[in-house]
Write a protein that binds this ligand. Structure first.
Ligand SMILES: [Fe+2]
Ligand SMILES: [Fe+2]
Length: 326
């Protein structure tokens, strides 16, 4: 049986054409997502002073209020050292810890805003990322106002990050321009653990004070967009990186994420000194299997993304284990 070959056979795409089609489709999907996030930023956003009734009597802060006490779900709250403190000191300590996280949150957002502006400065006209990043800068500005107002209203001396970390943050800001893939990993390293902790505390009803509940609701809603953008950015840009920058990411990602999780979830050195928290208590609270599991759970999403993008691959997984976040 003879098979006649038509003169003009239907074109079967060459492998290179298929790759090109796939990458054009991926670029279009990425742009559509960024544009959608920008529209959502207009449709649903909050103002730190319009959307939080700071002066409502129910929202007032009384440092002795038992609602500030750390629950047994908190690693430090579960220790015998904390439980043995008098009630008023337990409440004050709990409020100070929350205010300390709020202060660190506002300092972290300051770094984010500066890094996002560095990144946006070099974008070409028409870039969808430009509009979205500016929306995010504005939202982080509102969050900083909200967190700082909370800190001010506690009337407590809250120093936040130690000076050497504040100085080190300039390197992160520079990454916004020079190495945005590392910068957006830093974004995930800060935002994902905070988001995890806030969602957990809302879910378990630990945030029983209405002010804290309101601040968390506002933050979680807007952070969902920031996290979606950072993940999409990394998925779009990391596969295009050369070998050297990819290796840098593989080494730096676990170190950055491991350090960030501790800063975002443990008392600052200043707080440890002021309250003379014994070393053994800190070890019991933050090096125990339960605390380790909490850190691992808080970093689940960025870790899975790093696996997907080929950043957390052998032998670099050893660094993740070393940092206690695998
Ligand atoms: Fe924020
Ligand atoms: Fe954010």
């Amino acid at each position: 049986m003879s098979v006649s070959t038509p003169l003009l056979a239907p074109a079967t795409p060459l492998p290179q054409e298929e790759t090109l089609d796939a990458s054009l489709a991926e670029a279009a999907a990425y742009r559509a997502l960024v544009e959608r996030l920008s529209r959502q930023s207009v449709a649903k956003h909050y103002d730190a002073y319009l959307d939080i009734p700071w002066d409502d009597a129910d929202y007032a802060i009384d440092p002795a209020d038992p609602r500030w006490e750390l629950s047994a779900n908190d690693p430090l709250g579960a220790t015998a050292w904390y439980r043995a403190l008098p009630q008023e000191r337990r409440a004050r300590f709990g409020l100070e810890l929350i205010a300390s996280f709020a202060k660190i949150g506002s300092q972290f957002e300051n770094v984010l805003q500066r890094g996002l502006l560095e990144f946006a400065l070099r974008l070409p006209n028409g870039a969808a990322e430009y509009r979205y990043c500016l929306h995010e800068v504005i939202e982080e500005g509102q969050h900083s106002l909200m967190f700082q107002e909370f800190v001010n209203r506690t009337g407590m001396p809250i120093p936040g990050l130690p000076w050497w970390m504040q100085a080190g943050s300039r390197m992160v800001v520079r990454c916004g321009r020079a190495f945005p893939e590392l910068f957006f990993l830093f974004v995930l390293g800060g935002e994902d653990p905070i988001d995890y902790v806030q969602r957990e505390q809302l879910r378990t009803g630990e945030f029983s004070h209405p002010l804290l509940r309101r601040i968390s609701q506002v933050h979680i809603t807007e952070e969902a967009r920031h996290l979606a953008f950072a993940r999409a950015f990394l998925r779009h840009h990391v596969p295009k990186l050369g070998a050297w920058k990819r290796t840098l990411l593989r080494v730096r990602a676990p170190i950055l994420l491991g350090q960030m999780a501790r800063v975002m979830m443990q008392p600052t050195p200043a707080m440890v000194r002021r309250h003379a928290i014994p070393r053994g208590v800190l070890r019991e609270a933050y090096d125990a299997p339960a605390a380790r599991a909490r850190r691992v759970a808080a970093l689940r999403k960025p870790r899975e993304l790093c696996v997907e993008l080929g950043i957390a691959v052998p032998p670099f997984d050893r660094l993740w284990r070393r940092m206690g976040i695998w």
